[in-house]
Design a binder for this molecule. Structure first.
Ligand SMILES: [Zn+2]
Length: 297
């Protein structure tokens, strides 16, 4: 075994020891955790479900098409419904989230996440212990927005996908052999705001129009309570797959809280971006690994 491998293995053991000794865990999760769970915006899944969009527009991954100004709402929702169905309503291929739940389910835990794919709920995490700060692929809002409410999109997303020729199976969608997918949804499925009639939009924090609904404020309050209750107690801050896109929400926030609480420990699991500032280094374990390596083995 190489020296670096031995060192990584040792750190995983240290992580498990710290976890065993701590009854309170604050999880911070970013996009890297869902990547580790096998969700991929490019590659085979993209070619399989978006070949027609690739051919027409030259997109090579699901993300690039997400903000493209399609000429019609029918086409816009054809694209987004496939995207949402795959990333919000299907389970991730690997049991990263389920294994994470096994580690913390008997502890006092809370999850702060910038992910919008619902993976924590799908894996069985208690929804009262979750704060999704950036929205949810499963919700729509008024595009203006004229009011602060969000709407579940599950039923209509499924109908949109089926209307394009896909067959929805228990755990995914398939294009039956010989079927050519339609790149538009029927006009009657295009969603409009029930109050002002403007087109609906995804409930994602992309700009100032993002709606923070009642559920968002309730979750924010629960997160604040959790932090307040534990600010002088031993807490493990467990950061998973958080990159540098929006470091203020989880990463810098965790560093500051760990610094202010001498009984807290910080663990960062992220391939290629695992780091802790010097001030908290003696209470930190940084694992330069994919979360799947640590949580699945
Ligand atoms: Zn409206």
């Amino acid at each position: 075994m190489l020296k670096t491998e031995r060192k990584a293995e040792q750190k995983v053991i240290e992580f498990q020891e710290v976890l065993d000794q701590t009854d309170t865990v604050l999880i911070g999760a970013g996009a890297g955790l869902s990547t580790a769970a096998g969700f991929a915006y490019g590659g085979e899944p993209f070619r399989r479900y978006f070949a027609d969009f690739d051919e027409k527009y030259g997109f090579h991954d699901m993300y690039s098409g997400g903000f493209y100004p399609f000429p019609t709402l029918e086409e816009h929702w054809a694209y987004w419904s496939r995207f949402v169905f795959l990333n919000r309503y299907c389970d991730p291929p690997k049991p990263v989230y389920k294994n994470l739940l096994e580690l913390v389910k008997d502890k006092d835990y809370f999850v702060l996440t910038t992910n919008v794919d619902h993976c924590f709920q799908k894996a069985g995490f208690d929804k009262h212990r979750l704060f999704y700060t950036q929205g949810d692929y499963g919700l729509w809002q008024c595009s203006k927005p004229c009011h602060n409410k969000t709407y579940d999109n599950g039923d209509i997303i499924r109908q949109m996908v089926e209307a394009q020729g896909f067959q929805v199976t228990g755990q995914g969608m398939e294009l039956p052999t010989g079927t050519v997918s339609k790149m538009a949804v029927p006009t009657e499925l295009v969603p409009h705001c029930p109050k002002c009639g403007a087109p609906m939009a995804m409930n994602l924090r992309a700009d100032h129009t993002f709606v923070q609904d009642e559920g968002w404020y309730i979750a924010a309050g629960r997160y604040d309570d959790f932090v307040r209750r534990h600010k002088n107690t031993p807490v493990l801050y467990l950061e998973l797959g958080v990159g540098m896109n929006t470091p203020g929400i989880i990463k810098y926030n965790f560093w500051r809280q760990v610094y202010q609480n001498p009984k807290a420990n910080y663990i960062c699991i992220n391939k290629g971006q695992s780091y802790a500032p010097r001030e908290i280094a003696n209470r930190s374990i940084c694992l330069d690994m994919d979360a799947a390596q640590v949580l699945i083995g």
